[in-house]
Every structure is written in C-alpha cells, then in structure tokens.
Design a protein around this ligand. Structure first.
Ligand SMILES: *Cc1c(COP(=O)(O)O)cnc(C)c1O
Length: 489
C-alpha cells in the first residue's frame, strides 16, 4: 500500500531518534575499521553464490525498513562480493586501493553536502587549494587553471574539449562541427579507449583520431608522428592536437613528452598529456626524470583514484591557459548570475570550467589525505610499487617456466606461464585458465591483456598494501596452477 498523501508538517527525513542514529553510525565505524584492518584474512575476490543476484530483484520498498536489518543485508549480500581492489593482492586493470583518510574526507563531504558548482563558500577554496597542489606537483605554472572531475575519462574529455575549442579557428560553440576540413587528433596506438570515446562524443569522428605506431618499448614513434602530420596537412586535414600518454594502460610506457612538447610547439598543435596512470608519479624521484616535458603540456589528466589511492571518484584536468579553459565551458544564465555580495558572490565558479553544474565536494578527501600523510608518503608508495614490479620481474626472469612479454613500465609487469613446446593458442588458454583460478580461489586478482597475439597476465601494482611476500605467493601459486592446468589439457 502506498502511503504518499498523509504527510505531516513536522515529518522529514532526519532520524526520528538521533540517539539511535548516533549508535548506528558508531557501529558503522566499528564495522568499517574491522573490515579494513582484516583485509588479508579474506579472499581478494569471490564468486557470488546463486542466492545473491535474485536478492536484487525486489520490488520498490514503499514503506520503511528497520535500519539494523538494512545494515545486516549490506554485510551479507554486498560487502563480501565487491571488486576487491582494497585487498593487498589486487593488481587488475588499474585502480587505487583506497585510504582511511579518504573515507573520512568522503564522509564529511556527504555530511556537509555542499554543491561545488560555485558560490561564496569555503568548499571552493579547498578545491582550488587541491588544484594548486597538483600544479605544484606537475611543475605547472600557478596561473594555470584546473577542475576536479569524476575520473580520467572525464579529465581527458575536458582537456580535449578545450583543445578543440581553442584550435578550431572558428566559434565551435556556436557553429558546431560544420567545418569543411576535419580536425585531427594524434595519439599512439596504445592510447586509452576513453580518448576515442571523447573524440566520438565531441562529434569529431574516431576516424580522425590518428593512431601513431609505437616503438619496441611501446612509446610513440615521434618521427612517424611528424610524417603523419605533414601528410595530413598536405591532404587538407586540420591537425589540432597531440596526446602524449604518461603511463599506458597495457605496459606503463611513458611517451617522450619533451619530444612531443617540442614538436607541438613547432607545429603549433595543442599538447594534451593523458597522465591518468603516470602523472602523479611526479611525486616519486624514480619517475620524475622520465616525465620531463609534462610541465609544458597545454592540458594534463591526473587520475587521483588510481595511484593516489583516493576512494572513487576523483581526477583532475589542468589547463595551462585559464582563459581557454573558461571560454570552452562558461555559460551564465540569469538564474546563475553573479552578485558582489552574499552567497552568489565569489570568483570560484567551477561550473564554468567543466560539464557539471552540481558537483560533489570531491576535493575534501584529497585535501584531508594529502595533509594527513604528506605528499612524500604517496611518493614513497609509488616508488615502492615500482621496486616491487622489478622484484617480480627478477623472479619471473629466474623462473624456467615464466617469461616477461613486455618491458616493465612503471608498476606494470606483463608476463606469461610458458613451460615450452606449446602452441600460441595452447599457451593463451593455459594463461587464461591460470588467471581465472587465481581469482576463483581468492589468491590474487591479476590483470590481463593481449600483446601481439599473446595473452598475458598483467600485474599493475597500484596498491599501497602490497608487500614483497605477496609477489612470492603469486609466483608459487602460478607455478602450482600452471603445472596442474597443463597436465589437465
Ligand atoms: C584509467 C585510464 C583512463 C580512464 O580513467 P577513469 O578514471 O577510469 O575514467 C584514461 N587513460 C588512461 C591511460 C588510463 O589508464
């Protein structure tokens, strides 16, 4: 029975009893600490029993449920079956492990619940502070602008939108994609799929995302790029931007950013760096020299829920020229008109620098975390992961049945089990099965990719909880599983 009409003036959505809400939230904190302090005692991931999915096919609850019952449901049906990326042996795809400091920041962001679209409020100052810190980390000019967004995909879209707006040569906001000579964007063959999505969404056509061949180390062949630009110009196309990747998703390769910056300067092209993986490694003295040139980019993507371990979702786009940035997105209707006094005053209106109007206070967790740990601690965790990647690489090299299949880039190790005398297809199947069993037995969550035709395990160690013993455990498990899988084939 729906009960939607008999409202009372004093009814609201606050707890009827603040004391029991307080108790419930105290219990929640205890449960969360129990969960995070005992991660190692549980499997990385586990398949869901058949009873779980049907639990999420219930009718809309019209009436209230006992909060305690809801919390029990969370613990029984949701908590054990999430992705597992908080676990010390999760190395799949590329994602951060989360932090307690981030949880505290996100909690307060929900409690205060401000809208970061703009206005005169302290929350905007926090976001501006975080962006300033990121400029400092990237050796970027302080007069540059930036915005926090949901993730690397959105950060790339924002950066490329500014590139397109500034480079089009006409008022693209008014005219749309009506020009006669198509705009071309260049990136290496290893470019992340989010870039293609952005190009498609902006109506530029993925046909005009020209992919440049890579060298043996999976970095962009800059001289091939140069030739492509010349050829495209001769054919009447309109090259506008080059995307350098700082840490490719497959192998962690870092393009020659300085070389690309030089080329973009001489060819008058926008230089965007997709640094979703690697840009934050500016915090590690091990990596910083390899990122030389990032400070010269016109726009940079930094993904903070990856190697900075912030709880999802948060990333940043930095844009060197603040005017270019604002002109791409700013739109101020009457209902958002600025005042000189009161709530609608202030100069920090982030809604003028991106797609979202209403925005979460995602800066708070970053601000609180960078203060609590200090930026150097995050740099140490990055250096630690790189050291671990090379340790794993050495263990693979020493092992008669394991082989590296790509150079180790940053914290990404691609390898496969290969006992010899098997065809490519057989080896691909063996390695797929090893990966599945590692997951299903809760031992580890390795990533995977295909390089050339070769299926391989891909260990991406963006994990501050991993220790060397975890990689020893991985090698032992693969040894054992590999032997069994080959024997059963
Ligand atoms: C992960 C990744 C992205 C996309 O970031 P999301 O936060 O997942 O949206 C973009 N580029 C690269 C190189 C990435 O690794």
């Amino acid at each position: 029975m729906k009960q939607t009409e008999n409202w009372q003036d004093n009814e609201n959505l606050d707890p009827a009893d603040w004391a029991s809400a307080r108790e419930r939230m105290h219990r929640m904190v205890d449960d969360a600490i129990d969960y995070l302090s005992t991660l190692r005692d549980r499997p990385v991931w586990q398949p869901m029993p058949e009873t779980i999915p049907p639990h999420f096919h219930q009718p809309l609850p019209h009436g209230p449920e006992d909060p305690q019952h809801i919390d029990e449901e969370l613990k029984a049906y949701i908590l054990p079956y999430t992705m597992g990326n908080v676990h010390p042996r999760f190395w799949a795809w590329y994602m951060g492990a989360g932090t307690v400091s981030g949880v505290i920041g996100d909690f307060w962001a929900s409690v205060l619940n401000p809208n970061l679209g703009g206005g005169q409020q302290s929350s905007n100052l926090v976001e501006a502070q975080v962006i300033d810190w990121l400029k400092e980390i990237m050796h970027y000019p302080m007069e540059a602008s930036g915005i926090l967004v949901s993730g690397g995909s959105m950060a790339n879209l924002v950066g490329l939108a500014v590139a397109r707006h500034h480079m089009s040569g006409f008022d693209i906001r008014l005219e749309g994609m009506t020009g006669t000579n198509p705009m071309v964007v260049y990136a290496s063959q290893e470019v992340h799929s989010s870039v293609q999505k952005a190009i498609e969404l902006m109506g530029m056509g993925s046909r005009f995302l020209h992919k440049v061949p890579v060298l043996a180390d999976y970095t962009m062949d800059v001289s091939a790029l140069e030739a492509m630009i010349k050829r495209d110009r001769a054919a009447g196309l309109h090259p506008i931007a080059v995307i350098g990747t700082a840490g490719t998703i497959n192998t962690g390769a870092i393009d020659d950013l300085d070389g690309l910056a030089n080329l973009c300067k001489s060819e008058n092209l926008w230089f965007h760096v997709d640094g979703a993986i690697g840009s934050i490694a500016m915090l590690s003295p091990l990596v910083q020299p390899q990122l030389k040139g990032i400070e010269r980019a016109d726009s940079v993507t930094i993904d903070l829920h990856k190697w900075l371990h912030m709880p999802f979702e948060v990333a940043c786009t930095l844009v060197r020229n603040a005017t270019n940035h604002r002109e791409t997105f700013s739109l101020i209707p009457d209902y958002l008109a600025r005042n000189t006094r009161g709530l609608a005053a202030g100069h920090l209106w982030f809604s003028e620098y991106g797609i979202q109007l209403s925005r979460r206070f995602r800066a708070l967790k970053v601000w609180m975390s960078l203060k609590e740990h200090g930026a150097d601690a995050f740099g140490r965790m990055i250096s630690k992961n790189i050291h671990q990647a090379h340790y794993l690489g050495r263990r693979i090299d020493e092992h008669p049945h394991l082989e590296l299949v790509a150079p180790i880039g940053l914290d990404i190790v691609c390898f496969r089990y290969n006992p010899g005398n098997r065809s490519l297809t057989e080896l691909n199947n063996v390695n797929k099965e090893i990966k599945l069993q590692l997951e299903e037995q809760g031992i580890a969550a390795p990533g995977y990719t295909t390089l050339g035709e070769m299926y391989c395990l891909r260990i991406a160690i963006a994990n501050h909880r991993s220790q060397l013993a975890d990689f020893d455990a991985l090698i032992s498990a693969i040894e054992e599983l590999g032997h069994k899988v080959v024997a059963s084939q």
